[in-house]
Design a binder for this molecule. Structure first.
Ligand SMILES: C=C1C[C@]23C[C@@]1(O)CC[C@H]2[C@@]12CC[C@H](O)[C@@](C)(C(=O)O1)[C@H]2[C@@H]3C(=O)O
Ligand SMILES: O=C(O)CCC(=O)C(=O)O
Ligand SMILES: [Fe+2]
Length: 335
């Protein structure tokens, strides 16, 4: 069992009597990637929610199970062993502290750059063989999930009627792509189990993802919520056989606000641990991000000032999780 060092309960955000947090949205957009209507349904989902669920995704169940089992082994190590892979600056093992600006959550994680030479990744002092198994599982999984990311990004371009078809996917296939991979482990939170109270505790605080696209797979433990435009929070029923896709801030800009970067968060659970694996597809650091000209509608203007991914990341790392990071780059409309 993973024991997190004793929490200072004051640090954690609790949510009581907020707008409904337990509603399960019966209609989270569901996309079957093998169906011909996938592209139009993806565009609709990105416009309405910035979020959808994918089946027939092509990621082999074997790659998923292998990584899940390696990650479970890693998070089961004693804290002192895991800490050998930390602190996260920004990459490495982290525990409760998220990012450099004081955010905390009931979570431990491993954050990696996908450009990493995994052979140099020292995960802990466990045997070389065990480390090699973990590295291989990471490589296989990331390769498969990046393929799916490209397929989805190509379908988005097709659905938006823009060319070339790889206008979005080429940013994540680029050798210099600044993509990130994250394993999050949310241990059961004993206080929630004891109280039997209606209180919730934050596992991972509300935020939008800064990159282009995020592909999330979790075990069967609930906790993920998305925010709707009216400010209400919707619980996403877990499904370990599917993937959940988020539009990131950069894709919102590339589409001039047509696709919405979805605000989301994770609530801790009193009884079950949650394990999630997220691939964040990002562009090369020097890539200039601005609305694609073909997506600026006639008579409309760009809603954003151009910035490089490096500039956006730098600004993001100076922000708190819940901050509106895109706000700094919004263009003030000329009156
Ligand atoms: C508080 C922070 C953590 C974060 C960097 C930031 O300063 C603001 C964005 C956060 C986020 C959210 C999505 C991803 O999990 C993440 C890796 C990312 O790219 O932006 C995290 C950052 C992090 O945990 O380092
Ligand atoms: O762990 C999860 O389920 C989601 C976490 C998340 O949103 C993130 O790491 O950016
Ligand atoms: Fe996220």
């Amino acid at each position: 069992m993973v024991v997190l060092s004793k929490p200072n309960t004051e640090q954690y955000s609790c949510i009581r009597n907020s707008k409904p947090t337990t509603t399960f949205l019966s209609s989270i957009p569901l996309i079957d990637l093998s169906k011909p209507d996938a592209k139009s349904l993806i565009v609709k989902a990105c416009e309405e929610f910035g979020f959808f669920k994918v089946v027939n995704h092509g990621v082999p169940m074997e790659a998923i199970s292998k990584l899940e089992s390696e990650a479970t082994k890693f998070f089961s190590l004693p804290l002192s062993e895991k800490e050998k892979a930390g602190p996260p600056n920004p990459f490495g093992y982290g525990n409760k502290h998220i990012g450099p600006n004081g955010d905390v959550g009931w979570v431990e994680y491993l954050l990696l750059t996908t450009n990493q030479d995994y052979n140099s990744l020292q995960l802990s002092s466990v045997s070389e063989k065990a480390q090699e198994n973990f590295r291989q599982a990471l490589k296989d999984y990331i390769l498969a999930v990046r393929k799916m990311a490209c397929e989805i990004l190509d379908l988005m371009a097709e659905g938006l009627n823009i060319q070339p078809r790889n206008v979005f996917s080429k940013l994540v296939t680029d050798k210099q792509s600044d993509s990130v991979f994250r394993l999050n482990h949310y241990p059961p939170c004993p206080e929630l189990a004891m109280n039997g109270s209606s209180e919730n505790r934050i596992g991972f605080g509300e935020h939008t993802d800064p990159q282009i696209i995020s592909l999330l797979r979790s075990n069967n433990t609930c906790g993920l919520q998305i925010s709707l435009r009216d400010g209400s929070w919707i619980s996403v029923p877990p499904d370990q056989t599917s993937f959940f896709i988020n539009v990131g801030d950069s894709l919102q800009v590339l589409t001039n606000g047509r696709f919405k970067s979805v605000k989301h968060r994770v609530l801790a659970n009193g009884f079950k641990s949650r394990l999630s694996m997220i691939y964040f597809g990002g562009p090369p650091l020097n890539h200039k991000i601005a609305p694609l000209p073909s997506l600026i509608l006639k008579g409309k203007e760009s809603l954003y000032n151009e910035f490089t991914w490096f500039e956006y990341k730098k600004s993001a790392y100076g922000s708190r999780l819940a901050d509106n990071r895109l706000g700094h780059f919004e263009r003030i409309a000329a009156s």
